[in-house]
Write a protein that binds this ligand. Structure first.
Ligand code: FES
Length: 110
């Protein structure tokens, strides 16, 4: 099953966007990051406390657009793997979600 999220052109590179989706009948906040032409999706839940990561709506990246940043206690995560490389949950990782890009559209591939 796939779930349409948005067009690839809807997210700047680098950039990010949050979505509320239904996964297995459960409403879930997720986000998609666009970086160097690639797209990555994660559950919007910091491994440290489970809090949402963004510091402003649709703003999941640090100011340089190089890392995913948790606004709560400043953990930093690699964009392509979700690995936490700095902060209180270092060594842990974000929960990745599979994406499918079809005809310029981003779909969650569930
Ligand atoms: S909740 Fe994310 S670093 Fe603490």
């Amino acid at each position: 099953m796939t779930l349409f999220l948005c067009k690839t052109s809807d997210i700047e590179d680098p950039g990010s966007r949050g979505f509320e989706v239904k996964i297995r009948r459960k409403t879930q906040d997720i986000f998609v990051v666009h970086k160097n032409g690639e797209f990555y999706a994660y559950i919007d839940s910091c491994p440290h406390t489970g809090a949402p990561l963004e510091w402003q709506e649709n703003q999941f990246l640090d100011l340089d657009g190089e890392l995913i940043q948790c606004a709560v206690h400043d953990a930093r995560f690699l964009i392509d793997t979700g690995d936490c490389i700095a902060g209180p949950c270092r060594g842990d990782r974000l929960q990745a979600l599979p994406l499918k890009i079809v005809n310029g559209e981003i779909h969650l591939d569930l």
